[in-house]
Design a protein around this ligand. Structure first.
Ligand code: PA5
Length: 423
């Protein structure tokens, strides 16, 4: 399913030298004995997720999706990035079926929110508010504005069009949902925001757009099975984690996540949050950045090729994508492009990847970790997400960092609240 190729990574150390440290950190993850051990519920989730809740997710989505033009997903960080990434990876940027999904609750931008408001106000809506804490300001601001819209449109039927995904017992959102009679779904106590896409946080949204949650979960289960042995000769996620650590030690302080598919841009955003929020602590961690090639070869490509040697690339390559195009032949070769006539664009993209890899690695001296993923199906999505969860947990533990908290995020909030006059 997923294969890590380190032959372009220029590692100066053997990954096997980390085996002992990896064994130890693996125990912390699986035996819940490391830093942040209250939040490792995601490790065994593919085996013990709540089947009834998943059945209810499917039922609710099936009941509402045909009466919905726009699903408004209101959440920030781990409460929306995974769902967005999944929809784009699996269904593409211009999906043919299902309601449109619009993300709110992730910004204070009045212009964005007003434009969304005007765009959706005469459409059939469902509003899914997602917040584990129930108190995140960006989410609360959008929720109040769009809740009022749903209430004014649907009056006493509004509660049938608002769904709250939040903590099982606590929080203001839970209290409101109980009072108003909203359908609610649970974010488990032991799963943090950025590790929550396999819960209702991601799955409800996927079910709305025709992606079967069970298939995604089966993909994660296969990854669980494949990655439960810490042996570095077979555990691809740990191989990747160790390679990142070696490159960090070698002085590469930024990791650029690269894909060759525009519909993977949100996967890159999700990946940046996962690694950035998990690893960037105590003055440590790699700066996660991203690029989509060949598009960004015409922007960042120059820097990567000849600029400061501060980064390595992690290239996620899809062995097979769901669509292809054969390049047309023209009788009069006006643009001198007939040399590609009859060729598949997937092949052209692959040649672009191979040429770029060689240019960056050999001429630019930029290390590359190459990760192969089979395809962009729902199953592969589930597999890939679990792979990165595992790699991230391991990377952080190897660095002596708690992967599951984000204390630094509170600093901006405190200063902002003071300016906003919050008690
Ligand atoms: O990964 C995390 O924990 C964060 O990014 C949260 O998901 C984000 O801050 C939103 O939090 P909440 O779901 O409590 O609104």
């Amino acid at each position: 399913m997923m294969r890590v190729d380190l032959s372009h990574a220029k590692l100066t150390k053997d990954i096997a030298s980390y085996q002992e440290a990896v064994n130890e950190a693996h125990k912390w993850l699986h035996e819940k004995s490391g830093q942040g051990n209250d939040f490792v519920g995601w490790v065994t989730w593919p085996n013990n997720y709540d089947k009834e809740e998943v059945a209810r997710i499917k039922e609710v989505a099936a009941k509402l999706k045909d009466q919905t033009d726009v699903l408004l997903v209101c959440g920030i960080g781990g409460s929306y990035l995974g769902a967005r990434a999944a929809i784009e990876m699996i269904n593409g940027l211009y999906p043919k079926n299902g309601p449109e999904v619009i993300f709110i609750g992730n910004t204070f931008s009045a212009t964005y929110l007003k434009q969304v408001y005007d765009y959706v106000k005469d459409k059939e809506l469902v509003l899914n508010v997602i917040s584990k804490s129930g108190t995140t300001t960006e989410t609360s601001v959008s929720f109040r504005i769009f809740k009022e819209l749903v209430e004014s449109k649907y009056q006493d039927k509004a509660k049938e069009r608002i769904i709250a995904t939040t903590d099982a017992k606590r929080g203001t959102l839970k209290e409101l949902a109980l009072k108003e009679g909203y359908e609610t779904f649970v974010i488990p106590d032991d799963i943090g925001g950025r590790y929550s896409v396999f819960t209702a946080v991601g799955l409800l949204c996927l079910a709305f757009v025709g992606i079967d949650p069970t298939v995604v979960l089966e993909g994660s289960k296969k990854a669980y099975e494949d990655l439960k042995d810490p042996d570095l000769s077979s555990n691809e996620a740990y191989k990747y984690a160790v390679a990142r650590r070696i490159l960090d030690e070698m002085g590469y302080k930024s990791e650029m996540f690269v894909t060759y598919e525009l519909q993977m841009t949100s996967i890159a955003e999700w990946w940046k949050q996962l690694f950035g929020e998990s690893e960037g602590k105590e003055g440590k961690g790699l700066l996660p950045t991203s690029a989509c090639f060949s598009t960004d070869l015409h922007s960042l490509g120059q820097f990567i090729q000849e600029g400061q040697k501060c980064l390595f690339e992690t290239l996620l390559w899809f062995d097979k994508m769901s669509e292809d195009i054969t390049f047309p032949h023209e009788e009069v070769d006006f643009d001198k492009m007939n040399y590609l006539a009859g060729k598949k664009l997937s092949w052209v993209n692959e040649m672009a990847m191979k040429g770029t890899l060689s240019a960056h690695e050999e001429d630019g001296n930029v290390p590359n970790i190459l990760i192969h993923l089979e395809d962009n199906s729902a199953f592969s999505f589930g597999y890939m997400i679990y792979f990165f969860f595992k790699a991230c947990g391991m990377s952080c533990y190897l660095l002596g960092i708690n992967p599951f908290n984000q204390p630094g995020v509170e600093v901006y909030k405190k200063k902002m609240f003071k300016l906003l006059g919050k008690e």
